[in-house]
Design a binder for this molecule. Structure first.
Ligand code: GLV
Ligand code: MN
Ligand code: MN
Length: 411
């Protein structure tokens, strides 16, 4: 194992210890104590690699290597460092670690870029704490306003601002960043699917990212006694939710072309074994490479909601996220491909079925993404694993690409 690979493994292993569920995968919710420990590690490494560190009013971390050109826009490189509940060690951190190691190579070779190189570690990509997801990148690009940000609460009613303050972050710092301060955004991510492993390519150059939307559906009925309330006198919020959820897969299957739909979270109130559920809240996540399929499924979801709404059952839907499918920047895509060829690294083109911060940045700057294989195609679970030698290959490609984009000579 070379030193680059050893450093990558050390970063991944250390970051994986910052979990609220030791032994049961990575659970690192945004602005939690585990977030604080991971951010301290990332900031410390950024400083060690000669970067100037700052955090914004969302808690995103930036590590900047200044350019020689005054007021020039930065080439951003990074990913997110939050996780899903009981997730893995690579979804997000692989990209942050790759960015760190690109910066380390700039430092090792004493490179002075013309345009700044800026490592970025983003918060709340998964939406596991405040819902919706992609919060760090949506805040930077102005898709979430200050007021919308302040209004977000977690499942315990804690606001973003309260949670930030709790770990010593300053929510009054600026959040939005002017697009003219960004020259490009590069992200390495694990594939989270089976294609690269099956085809034995160590690198996937991402061409497109699926469109996606997420809803939170609330079903309200009437609580009552489980033993004394006759079956024909119930307004059971869980039975209604279950009937609706059972119909969702058929909505995606009818669209085809890889359209998918998922209910990943269901909360029952008051959640007592002998109480008829008064309220249920569940999520619906819809994705497709074609926006028209997403629109069709949304229409059918609304029809489903109407058909289950009665005088006794009230159903409301809040759309928490809507992102169109995105195409990666063709020049960066070809730079990645040329660089891979020069380095004799085999690659294939690939489309992303997962959402990524890159899709948000694609609205304001030139964006490129690389994928590396995921063992058994698994992600969002403790078994998630990728090979550090693949991360090292991606670092080499990103390093060469970042040198070209920052117009750096030498190295
Ligand atoms: C992020 O992992 C997503 O695709 O939801
Ligand atoms: Mn994820
Ligand atoms: Mn991710």
């Amino acid at each position: 194992m070379n030193t680059l690979q050893a450093r990558i493994e050390a970063h991944i292993d250390t970051l994986s210890t910052f979990t609220a569920t030791p032994g049961q995968g990575t659970t690192r919710l945004t602005y939690s104590q585990e977030d604080k420990l991971a951010r301290n590690y990332i900031k410390e490494k950024m400083k060690q690699y000669g970067l100037e560190v700052r955090e914004d009013g969302l808690g995103n971390i930036f590590g900047k290597l200044a350019g020689t050109l005054q007021d020039a826009p930065s080439v951003l490189i990074g990913s997110h460092f939050d996780s899903v509940p009981n997730g893995g060690s690579y979804d997000g951190p692989a990209g942050v670690v790759a960015g760190l190691e690109v910066a380390a190579l700039f430092a090792e070779h004493n490179l002075k870029p013309t345009y700044p190189l800026e490592l970025i570690a983003l918060v709340e990509e998964e939406g596991s704490r405040f819902g919706g997801g992609l919060m760090g990148s949506r805040g930077i690009t102005g898709l979430i306003t200050d007021n919308e940000f302040k209004a977000l609460r977690d499942q315990n009613g804690i606001t973003t601002t309260e949670a930030m303050t709790e770990i010593g972050l300053n929510p009054s710092l600026p959040k939005k960043r002017e697009p003219n301060t960004i020259k490009a955004y590069l992200e390495l991510h694990i594939e989270q699917g089976p294609i690269l492993e099956a085809t034995q390519f160590p690198i996937g150059v991402v061409e497109t990212i699926v469109g996606l939307t997420q809803f939170e559906i609330t079903v309200e009925g009437q609580a009552g006694h489980a033993g004394t309330t006759p079956m024909d006198r119930r307004a059971d919020a869980l039975v209604t939710a279950a009937q609706m959820i059972a119909q969702l897969p058929s909505l995606a299957i009818a669209e085809g072309e890889g359209t998918v739909i998922t209910t990943g979270r269901l909360t029952v109130f008051p959640n007592g074994a002998n109480v008829i559920p008064k309220k249920t809240v569940f999520t619906v996540d819809i994705r497709s490479g074609k926006e028209e399929h997403i629109q069709h499924v949304i229409n059918k979801l609304n029809m489903l909601i109407d058909s289950y709404s009665t005088n006794d059952i009230k159903i409301t839907a809040v759309q928490q996220l809507y992102m169109q499918p995105k195409v990666m920047n063709p020049e960066i895509v070809s730079l990645f491909k040329q660089t891979s060829e020069q380095l004799a690294i085999e690659y294939c083109s690939i489309n992303s079925g997962a959402g990524h911060d890159a899709m948000v940045f694609a609205d304001v700057t030139a964006v490129g993404m690389l994928f590396i294989p995921s063992k058994n195609g698994l992600s969002h679970c403790p078994e998630e694993w990728s090979d550090s030698s693949d991360i090292a290959r991606a670092v080499e490609i990103l390093y060469e690409t970042a040198k070209k984009l920052t117009e750096t000579n030498g190295g």
